[in-house]
Design a protein around this ligand. Structure first.
Ligand code: ACO
Length: 317
């Protein structure tokens, strides 16, 4: 038994912030941001929350799958930017969409969170505990970004993506997973919790060069491991849907894997880095644009704070 993605959905805030807008906030330029990151614009929440964006993405994924909220068994929300510690965003989503019988909880593995959520859903469902799940990545990073720090504020955006997964006997669905964490490198990308102390530093801090090195060294190895575990070769893979952090990172990974860059779709120029939401939002866009074909072998791979990284392989249905 395995699981397959039977529906996808996403939700982006309406407000667009362009690189030109950022030129008004910090000393930067559209040219610098495009060249170093590939990003042109991103979406910024105005009243939207991690839970409200996640709920809309879930409703769209359920509609896409032709399923009802009341039949959902499990809701997993991957997020590193919830508005509230309690209740978790997943329980808020449960309430908003009316998934009364679902078990709901959050998990945080930063930009790898959606992938770790998929592996969690896979484990629960193949163990026989549940038959289906909504797995979501949702972030409102704009509230934990220091808008005076040009090294980080240019990178991030807000949004949510969700997939509805269900048990299947195949041949479609998930084949192999590979995951890893390196807690000794936690300080490379960090953010403190908000406290009552107005002096407290509560913003995202990043050593960009270290993140770049980590991603370009670790992710190709992790993808190869997941592909090996799936008893496939890299040439069998039709699409590599990677975490959208930076087009230079994606180009480097494609080169190391000796795969044509056309196999690596991107939406980063339009939406920026939405951490756990990047992979499910891109997957939903590809699905709705009719770019996913039955039988295609797809790699999903994420990497981020922790440090954490993961990859998985699936056959599209
Ligand atoms: N605009 C203009 N100049 C800038 C900006 C900016 N927004 N930010 C930094 N600079 C300047 C720096 O001050 C520095 O100036 P100096 O040479 O006078 O000291 C110069 O540009 C080079 O700075 P670097 O930090 O060395 O720039 P680099 O080429 O490494 O690019 C970047 C920075 C884009 C962050 C790069 O390190 C990177 O891509 N890292 C990966 C990090 C990433 O993608 N993080 C995403 C979040 S984590 C995740 O999702 C996994």
């Amino acid at each position: 038994m395995t699981i397959k993605i039977a529906g996808t959905g996403s939700a982006l805030p309406n407000k667009i912030m362009t690189n030109k807008d950022l030129e008004q906030l910090v000393e930067t330029s559209d040219e610098w941001i495009r060249e170093r990151t590939g990003i042109c614009e991103r979406r910024i929440a105005q009243g939207d929350t991690v839970a409200s964006l996640a709920a809309t993405a879930c409703e769209r994924a359920l509609a896409n799958a032709g399923k009802k909220a009341e039949d959902v068994d499990l809701i997993l929300v991957a997020t590193c930017s919830p508005e509230q510690l309690l209740p978790c965003a997943a329980c808020q989503v449960q309430s908003i969409i009316g998934a009364q019988k679902a078990v709901a909880f959050d998990l945080n593995a930063a930009c790898s969170g959606f992938l770790f959520g998929l592996a969690t859903a896979y484990s629960y469902i193949t163990a026989g505990l549940y038959k289906n799940a909504l797995v979501v990545g949702s972030e409102v990073l704009s509230k934990i970004v220091d808008w005076t720090d040009r090294g980080t504020c240019i990178l991030f955006g807000d949004g949510a993506g969700a997939v509805y997964v269900e048990a299947t006997e195949g041949p479609e669905g998930f084949i192999g997973f590979a995951q890893g964490s390196d807690g000794s490198k936690g300080s490379v990308l960090s953010c403190n919790e908000r406290t009552d102390n107005p002096e407290e530093d509560i913003y995202v801090h990043m050593d960009g060069r270290e993140v770049y090195k980590f991603a370009t060294r670790q992710v190709p190895k992790c993808i190869v491991e997941a592909v090996d575990r799936s008893q496939l070769s890299l040439e069998d893979i039709d699409l590599f849907v990677l975490h959208q952090a930076n087009t230079r990172i994606i180009e480097s990974i494609a080169k190391q894997l000796k795969q044509d860059i056309s196999k690596f779709p991107v939406n980063l120029p339009r939406v920026g880095n939405m951490s756990s939401a990047t992979i499910p939002v891109l997957l939903d866009e590809l699905n709705r644009d009719g770019k996913l074909q039955k039988g295609q072998k797809i790699v999903l791979s994420g990497f981020g704070a922790g440090l954490t990284y993961g990859a998985c392989v699936l056959t599209w249905q």
